[in-house]
Design a protein around this ligand. Sequence first.
Ligand code: USQ
Length: 383
Amino acid sequence: MRVLVLGGDGYIGWPTAMKLSAAGHEVMAVDNYLRRRLMMEINTPALFDVPNLQERARLWNEKSGKDVSVRIGDLDNWDFISSVFEEFRPDSIIHYAEQPSAPYSMLDRAAARLTLDNNLGATFNVIHAMNEYTPNAHLVKLGTMGEYGTPNIDIEEGWIEIEHKGRKGTFLFPRAAGSFYHTTKVLDTDMLWFYVRVWDLRVTDLMQGPVYGVATEENDNDDALYSFLNYDEVFGTVLNRFMVQAVAGYPLTVYGAGGQTRGYLHLKDALQCVQLAVENPADKGELRVFNQFVETFSVNDLASRVQASGKRLGLDVEIRNLENPRKEMEDHYYNPAHTGLLDLGLKPNILTDDVMDEMMQLTTRYKDRIVEEQIFRGVKWKK
Ligand code: USQ
């Protein structure tokens, strides 16, 4: 297939480009380096330097003999995106091209506005470009489990049948996002659902939980092909952050009571899920939703896992409960369904002690690069 990876320079975007290229697909990766720019603007460098996208494609070609073509530009610009669709004519479009951080979206008004404009603008243009140039293509859009929030009932896989006053109907599962970033993902889903209804598009919306790890089959033993590993409060996700904190001897930053529970997955599984979605497209006129995670953990569970791994590796890891800078439930019911991707063939990589220790060892190799001041800055949801 001809697969367009939008946001192809990102934490999941670049590994996806390699994975699908290794699987024999023709891949074009597109990015405007927004994440790199924001990381520079707010001074949150990743744990190690990452070559630019063109250089990554060159290194991947050296390693695998395969080509990933690269285009740099802003998908919010119609001339640019239409030229990409006209030239490449994708069978499948993977859309990751969004500002991905909840804390970034809560920094201030300008950051919230950038998140709104970028995320909704890119999604709108992708839908229109697809309808204009490749109406039979399949769009695989990255959403987030955080769209649902933490309701006091079981979370279904995208849709729920509701009986009301004796009549029944099927509706998108209620959404209640916990940050402005997550809210833009809810708005994306609504926009997709509208255009699926009116234009019969094929769309898969992936409700993904927080991802951890950087090692994949494709970048094995090749650090130059790794993703960004952010450990700062804005762009780092919780398990990656805790591992860096443990290695730095910084007490693990558990927010509040630490009972916040989410569905997690290794980067390798995020790639498997996306590949399964691409290779098993949704039907025309279908908005298919998958809940994309493997295991649920509370923040306290993750902190204990990191502490135990630290102990095995000779590190004394302290856990500290901080006042929660976010507004979220710290003790709640959480039971989301997640059978769709398993039914398509997902083989989960669970968070075993070996996996934990390998990730901690990788992090330890870059210990000298850790800047403690990056770890916590207290971006508050309510000033
Ligand atoms: N947390 C801590 N301490 C920390 C960092 C986070 O206790 O130092 C807690 C948070 O309060 C939250 C949980 O850990 O309850 C997860 O936080 P996170 O920063 O790992 O994840 P989140 O902000 O929700 O966002 C990340 C990705 C986002 C993706 C989302 C999936 O950045 O792109 O959409 O995970 S989900 O969480 O399922 O919505």
